[in-house]
Design a protein around this ligand. Sequence first.
Ligand code: FAD
Length: 550
Amino acid sequence: MKVVIIGGVAGGMSAATRLRRLNEDAEIIILEKGPYVSFANCGLPYYVAGEIEDRSKLLVQTPESLKARFNLDVRPNSEAVSINAETKEVTVKAEAEEYNLSYDKLILSPGASPLVPPINGLDEAENIFTLRSVPDVDAISEFIEKKQPKSAVVIGAGFIGLEMAESLAHRGMDVTIVEKAPHVLPTLDEEMAAYITKELKDNGVKVYTELAAFSFENNGKTIILENGERLNSDLTLLSVGVKPNTSVAETAGIETGIRGGIIVDERYETSQKDIYAVGDAVVVKQQINQQDAMISLASPANRQGRQVADVTSGISRQNKGSIGTAIVRVFDQVAASTGLSEFQLKEAGELFDVVHIQGKSHAGYYPNAGTILLKLIFNPQTGKLYGAQAVGTDGIDKRIDILATAIKAEMTVKDLPELEFTYAPPFGSAKDPVNMAGYAALNILEGVSESIQWHELEEKKQAGHVLLDVRSESELKTNGRMKNAVHIPLDSLRDRLSELPERQPLIVSCHSGLRSYVAERILKQHGYDVKNLDGAFALYSMVKPERIEN
Ligand code: FAD
């Protein structure tokens, strides 16, 4: 069997090495357009920051090491320019020469390229970069060394944009972020992303949202925003998303779908026989709702690479889709998410409910416990898990990884209290935040508790609901008061019920939502119409600071 693979990084190299482990006699040729294969694209921002000091660490394998261990014919600087699906040949452009290469099976893993929007003045600019490859990172590093930029603007605040904003700030630059969406990290919901915006601002990064760059002037050194504001930028990074690299697939007449991604079947085969595709370039099923999606992440690309090697070797394997599990560190905060967001579910018109719980990374009484804000999104009738998001300083990866596993295993919120975790005070809590989120969701599902969300509070108040804050007096003094709230501390609530209006519905809040749930249960059993403000003061004050009085 002769297998040609286009793209020699995540998906392509996973396919190649697995193929060799399964087929000692196969001829395996890897075509890579760039000068390097099997490099650590995910490590590039940390190299800019100086956290990864040694450039050679980015080059995980070389053609020589891959030849020695896997007997692979790796051809860097070799671009596949066209495919003839009838004759089963690829035309390759390698520096000066061009040649045809026949195949029995062809695997495409060409990845994606940074989107470059057609902004006026871009062509004249000398200080605007994108980041995808080692040559890209070399160009940025060389520019920083030579020009010693003092200011940087990052356009686009997704995962790469935020990682680069942090890296450039670490390199001493005065960093500004410009994001077209209403908030940074658009894959997270607004209230969760608010924690990351605060962290950016606390670290001196300026954040503009709901604004796009309109044009560049002064060879890129001036950026004009849509609202006319002018930003100075010595170095600009464009990180506004990616588009799949499908030009070579199109030469073979391969069908494409949403956002131009390559359509593959459950065995990764494209519309052309014996041509397969994986990674950032393909359309996948979002496993939760079976909708077509483009999910550009390393874990799915690596899995798909391995699975396509199995399929082309005659082993039965099914492409089940992806759920989109991702994490980013922004200075001292970490944000992670899995599955569908509240925003996506709203757009799709799905029925869902949400709980936010605040927990600790390990036992609160043991030193250095970090606060975790965990959001669970689920179907209020069946308990099906739709998604989860978390922010905090420590233990975020663990909780989202558990919930991603639960989603893949098709668990419901009813299963979460049943999960048993390792526990000793330095590592966790006897009731882990994942268990607690399960309890909270189950309370909603079973009607033990009713909640409203932070964005519903003002409307409810205007409709006559009374906001009852059950925090202690000292907390109000230290952290501030919620506007127009009645205040009765939880521990005196039973004695002061007469102070509450009997006919008006109540919304109860505390600091994090635990005491307000206790208050809700007391009041419900005394006959009050009462709901819990989910996430309570901590979340509300983060996303609506203007509604807090000192
Ligand atoms: P790639 O790994 O990009 O490989 C595609 C290769 O194909 C490229 O080297 C390209 O040059 C080559 N190619 C394209 N066309 C041709 C052609 N015609 N002929 C020959 N070669 C061709 N994901 C995460 O999950 N976590 C992270 O922390 C993370 N961080 C990232 C940070 C950065 C800066 C970047 C750029 C990406 C990051 N990703 C991260 C995304 C992750 O790297 C990708 O999802 C993954 O690499 C996709 O694998 P792939 O094989 O589809 O494409």
